[in-house]
Ligand binder design. Structure first.
Ligand SMILES: Cc1cc2nc3c(=O)[nH]c(=O)nc-3n(C[C@H](O)[C@H](O)[C@H](O)COP(=O)(O)OP(=O)(O)OC[C@H]3O[C@@H](n4cnc5c(N)ncnc54)[C@H](O)[C@@H]3O)c2cc1C
Length: 304
């Protein structure tokens, strides 16, 4: 747990980043969790997933830009992704991070970018999913979601179970029947802001899963925890809904066996496929989730 917090801290430190990305980190560790540096690498991975009955969620890596030109560049890359989805006919959605679209310094421009991406995605029969980032961005991210959900019914949003505010935020959106990807939460947050204990987070996950089956629409259960996935199955039965009424989402490189099993059992499964050169903070968050990953990672750093 302490180690996890250190890694999440390291994820945000530029000097540690330089050390790792320019060091002897072997490609296989990065490759386990990241499709590759380019959009075409991610498309190849998604084609393979599609062949096994699993949908994709394209994720352009990067955790925030500092100026309008950075936001515009990210917008262009998202747009290119959507155009390539149409050309390649792959089954995938597009996940976006609002800090990549300038949320931190120009909310108006950010809304405009999301609107244009949601429209482009809708025009080719897919949709945009908004990732949830650090707690300082949650209020603005929710504002943008609520604002645009009226025009784009298929817009999805990630909600973090560990945040103490999340049950209230969901109640506030109840009239919108929000389309939510339910995640535990991946960032380091203070105790006043977020639950810290696994047991409490898991209990809250169960509670909010039931809430989504009752009051949300098309819930996405985004976890690798098989107990929580089984709980979602019970919620579906309790609310007279079948396997097609919800989605199970996991990350590329994690529980591939379970992803394939669920897909072959007839569940709707989507895998989040990150790509791009800015992989460092994402990789650190995955390391922090599991000590076994960390051992693998450290061994690769020292070249063993
Ligand atoms: C599709 C998807 C989208 C996401 N989007 C967001 C987002 O927008 N914002 C956000 O804050 N977080 C996001 N997350 C991350 C999420 O918040 C968690 O950090 C992450 O899913 C790990 O939690 P878990 O639910 O799998 O449960 P855990 O309790 O962490 O893990 C349960 C079990 O899953 C396996 N497992 C979990 N993580 C790993 C790992 N790294 N390596 C190997 N095995 C592992 C292990 O068997 C573990 O025992 C997303 C996750 C998914 C699946």
């Amino acid at each position: 747990m302490v180690l996890g917090r250190v890694l999440l801290w390291a994820a945000e430190k530029k000097r540690v980043q330089k050390l790792v990305t320019e060091g002897k980190l072997s490609r296989p560790v990065v490759r386990r969790f990241i499709a590759g540096d380019t959009l075409e690498d991610a498309i190849a991975v998604i084609k393979d997933l599609n062949a096994r009955g699993i949908g994709g969620i394209l994720d352009l890596l990067g955790d925030g830009v500092e100026d309008p030109s950075g936001a515009e560049a990210a917008f262009d890359e998202y747009l290119t992704s959507i155009r390539r989805i149409e050309e390649t006919k792959i089954d995938t959605t597009v996940s976006i991070k609002l800090t990549q679209l300038g949320l931190a310094f120009d909310k108006g421009a950010c809304i405009d970018y999301v609107r244009r991406l949601a429209a482009e995605a809708q025009a080719i029969g897919t949709y945009v999913e908004i990732d949830m980032e650090q707690s300082e961005y949650v209020a603005d991210t929710l504002d943008i979601y609520k604002h645009l959900k009226v025009d784009f019914d298929d817009l999805h949003i990630a909600m973090q179970v560990y945040l103490r505010r999340t049950p209230g935020d969901l109640e506030e959106m109840v009239d919108l029947a929000p389309k939510v990807r339910l995640v535990k939460g991946a960032y380091i947050e203070a105790e006043e802001i977020a639950l810290q204990k696994k047991k409490e987070i898991d209990a809250q996950y169960r509670f909010l899963t039931a809430w989504l089956f009752e009051k949300g629409s098309d819930p996405a259960i985004a976890t690798h925890d098989s107990h929580l996935i089984a709980h979602a199955g019970r919620c579906a039965v309790n609310s007279d809904k079948g396997k097609s009424s919800y989605e199970i989402q996991m990350l590329y490189g994690i529980r591939r066996d379970l992803q394939e099993q669920l897909a072959s059992d007839g569940y709707r499964v989507r895998t989040y496929v990150p790509f791009g050169s800015a992989w460092y903070p994402y990789l650190m968050r995955r390391m922090a989730e599991r000590p076994a990953n960390l051992r693998f990672f450290l061994r690769s750093l020292v070249g063993k």
